[in-house]
Design a protein around this ligand. Structure first.
Ligand code: OOB
Length: 552
């Protein structure tokens, strides 16, 4: 599974254009932090709750921590180009850790706290990671033990580094990696800075190589579009390793602008409203189901939310009805964000008219973001205003996944456009409305579930002959996952709860466990004999099937 290059570069003439336009400036994230520490020295950079207690670090302190940690990681044996699977929740240490790795030129692989054995082992083995850096215990789950199992199973992993208390034998405490700063060679700004995770449509999640130059461009422009300044306070509500709270404008955009970053340990309204009041938060970003919960909670809250200027909503489609309630309920502006870890990010602008803010998912960051809306069968552009599949390429959209040659051949057009799998309509004003998708993915309130990945887990069960996972509409999350299963003849038919438990016990993120499992005799097929997921989706949407197995 390690076919294909680590990083597919942009063609030379486009790279030259992006440099000439000033998009790519030859700056690394390490160099950025150095200049931020000079410009904002004693200003508060990061506020959060670490296992060691509450933290409030200045830009200078963040910079020093990152320098010392980079030296400590170097001392442990990590070098430029090494991969490090990172699984940290929203703790302040996330920032010195990523900047230390950036300075070292080691590539963080951004796992989410929800990921479990199957995902982490895949990230570690596919990237041949040398280390796993994690937290001891988080939300009553023992992440240090999880990292220990990954190290046992994946030969390349030599170090487990743990933040906070852990009883894992052989693990290194992050606190111990504190060494006098040392000169380190500056990484190549056009080289890979880290590996992001793709939402995925295939059996195993793909890794996304992002460079210092391309990512910094999107971070800088996002901070500008969101009007961040040293007076802004950005609250990271969603898991910070995800591309949206990381860079749209996210914690990196906030630091870029000299703002203060506050990390929310949990996204519930009680926790977040208290933080908004206490830290005078001005902007945060959420997924639609969370926005809906906050809108309701705001009715009864006694917290002062008056500092909040902008609530970003993205990751999944924000329906018009919800969009209209956000401003009045929370006393702030709505900004819609439609982005993807592969690159392209669209924002409604803060001065866009209501019609655009409420009814579209915005427009691209850059004039150099090339957008094509095409017929999914022929790749021919559709007429203006018609629905089609969205293809894109540009100065911060990848040209290929990490070591995935075969998949790259289908995920990108021959001329380098990324096939987003989203169905969109473009308005006359150039704004994008997301209307659906052609990719086999369930968008569970912003959390992406690749149908094939879950199908493979189900088919590992001895009683399962075939499985097909589709989205079903859900009032709360927008969508949930429904697994149709055909059992093996002549074997005991597994029950729905048994199959859900089976998938969970294979060690996957809880959000990937099918919300509903329906055992059926056979799948409907298309004219050419393929499983008709369209019919399965229609059936579940119409509630044609009951939860009762039809067999056995
Ligand atoms: C963000 O990134 P990913 O990589 O988790 O997921 C990307 C996919 C998009 O292709 C689209 O299918 C869906 O998520 N999506 C939306 C959306 N925002 C993302 N669908 C409808 N409306 C939206 N506003 O989800 C992401 C990355 C950066 C910024 C924001 C979101």
């Amino acid at each position: 599974m390690s076919d294909g290059p680590d990083h597919t570069p942009w063609p030379a003439e486009l790279a030259a254009r992006y440099r000439a336009a000033g998009h790519w400036r030859g700056q690394t994230f390490g160099a950025l932090l150095t200049s931020l520490a000079e410009a904002h020295a004693e200003r508060t950079a990061v506020v959060g709750e670490s296992p060691a207690g509450p933290a409030r670090w200045s830009y200078r302190s963040l910079d020093e921590r990152a320098h010392r940690l980079a030296a400590g990681l170097y001392g442990l044996g990590l070098r430029s180009g090494d991969r490090v699977v990172l699984q940290l929740p929203n703790v302040p240490e996330f920032l010195p850790v990523v900047f230390a790795l950036f300075r070292l030129g080691a590539w963080p692989v951004f796992a989410l706290p929800a990921h479990r054995d199957s995902e982490l082992c895949h990230f570690a083995s596919h990237s041949e990671a040398k280390a796993v850096l994690t937290v001891g215990t988080h939300e009553r789950y023992d992440h240090a033990a999880l990292a220990g199992r990954v190290a046992e199973r994946v030969a390349s992993v030599r170090h487990v580094i743990v933040l906070g208390p852990s009883d894992g034998a052989g693990a290194v405490a992050l606190d111990e990696l504190d060494a006098p700063p040392r000169e380190l060679p500056e990484p190549d700004p056009e080289g890979v800075a880290f590996l992001q995770l793709s939402g995925g449509t295939t059996g195993l999640p793909k890794l996304i190589p992002r460079t210092h130059d391309d990512y910094l461009y999107s971070v800088r422009e996002s901070a500008r579009i969101c009007a961040l300044s040293p007076e802004s306070v950005y609250l990271a509500t969603l898991p910070v390793a995800h591309n949206y709270p990381l860079s749209s404008p996210g914690v990196l955009g906030a630091l870029h602008a000299g703002s203060t970053v506050v990390l929310a340990p949990r996204p519930d309204a009680d926790t977040v409203f208290e933080l908004i009041e206490r830290e005078r938060v001005t902007i945060t970003g959420v997924v639609p189901p969370l926005a809906a919960v906050w809108v309701q909670a705001a009715e009864h809250t006694r917290r002062d939310l008056s500092s909040l200027r902008v609530l970003q909503v993205g990751g999944a489609k924000c329906g018009r009805e919800l969009a209209e309630r956000i401003g009045p309920a929370l006393g702030c502006s709505l900004q819609q964000v439609f982005g993807m870890a592969e690159g392209l990010v669209n924002y409604t602008r803060l001065d866009d008219p209501d019609e655009v803010v409420l009814g579209t998912q915005g427009r691209p960051i850059s004039l150099d973001d090339e957008i094509r809306v095409v017929d999914p069968c022929s790749d021919a552009e559709v007429a203006p205003g018609e629905v089609g599949a969205l293809l894109t390429r540009g100065p911060y959209t990848i040209r290929g996944y990490y070591r995935a040659g075969e998949h790259n051949a289908v995920a990108f057009t021959p001329d380098g456009f990324y096939r987003t799998g989203d169905l969109v309509r473009r308005t006359a004003g150039g704004h994008i409305e997301v209307v659906g998708r052609i990719k086999e993915q369930i968008n569970r309130g912003g959390e992406k579930v690749a149908a094939e990945e879950v199908e493979n887990h189900l088919m590992a069960h001895p009683g399962v002959l075939d499985a097909a996972v589709v989205a079903m509409p859900d009032e709360q999350l927008g969508e949930r996952s429904c697994a149709y299963v055909v059992p093996v003849a002549d074997a005991p038919t597994p029950t729905a709860p048994e199959l859900r438990r089976f998938v969970r016990e294979r060690g996957v993120a809880a959000f990937k466990v099918p919300d509903r499992v329906l055992v059926v005799d056979a799948f409907p097929v298309t004219g050419v004999g393929k499983i008709s997921k369209r019919e399965l989706r229609a059936a579940i949407a119409a509630q044609e099937f009951s939860d009762q197995p039809t067999k056995g």
